[in-house]
Design a protein around this ligand. Sequence first.
Ligand code: SF4
Length: 320
Amino acid sequence: MKQMLTFGRYCKRRFGQRVRKVPIALAGFTCPNIDGSVAKGGCIFCKNESFSPTLEHEPKAPLKINPRMSENPLLPMQLKQLHSQYEWQSDFHKNKFGVGKYMIYFQSFTNTYAPFSTLKTLYTEALKLPNVVGMSIGTRTDSVSLEILDLLASLQEEKGQEIWVEYGIQSVYDETLRFINRGHTTEGMEYWINETKKRGLKVCSHIIYGLPNETKEMMLHSLKQVIDWGSDGIKVHPLYIIEKTILASLHEKGEYTPITLVDYIDLIVQSLKIIPQNVVIHRVSAGVRNDTLIAPKWCFDKNIQMRSIRDALREAGIEY
Ligand code: SF4
């Protein structure tokens, strides 16, 4: 049996106990692919509110922030949200599952797309929260800078906690990135992964299976490429269609067909045969448990998805 290094297993070895990622969604954050800096409208599948249920409970921000602002009037509110979201989620995991340590996960939108002083304050504050062993920051390879990576490296050294940078790679095919209106190409991906790793930070690369016009071979090639670039961790998920997105219109017109569960499971089995045992697998499933999900319907229930994936992996001699 090939045993994979799941995020859970990795944390038990690294921190000696179970660790949960606590997703944080701060009002006012956006993405250069949404606010018009690199493109308008965002990725054709993006409806970030659906990806971040925590945001639903927060008041709407009166403005969106970006790195060019000299001041961020939302910072006090964002700090409050960081504290309250951490508090209720860590309490929940402690009471329900007995988990005692946490990793802050800045998940929604692009979490390096803000004035530098805002990032410094939020990251520093996050690492000070009780029982926090580290932090993970979701971003794009066109939205980091050497200054931000240096800040993260110095925080990691100073606080002795672990910092991951999670890059949304999605595909290593420029034609796919163009089609999904990603707002950047593959240029610079390897460079930013290298610069991140050079500073002792960990890199998790996100890949999507089921992107328009991609074959299984292309999807597996994207995976192999991010492994070759030295990713310490991988997150794979299926592309699903959320209402009121461009992808939903394409689907309605019959111009996009989502990946089937059978194909997705087959790809995951093939992927886990390729992924080395020292690469941390952060996730191989995804879903939206609300009625904004249009298709595929199997993405509604992550537990059913994971059960089918685990069964198929066991049959293939892989312990996940
Ligand atoms: S990079 Fe992320 S937040 Fe930005 S448009 Fe694409 S999916 Fe949405």
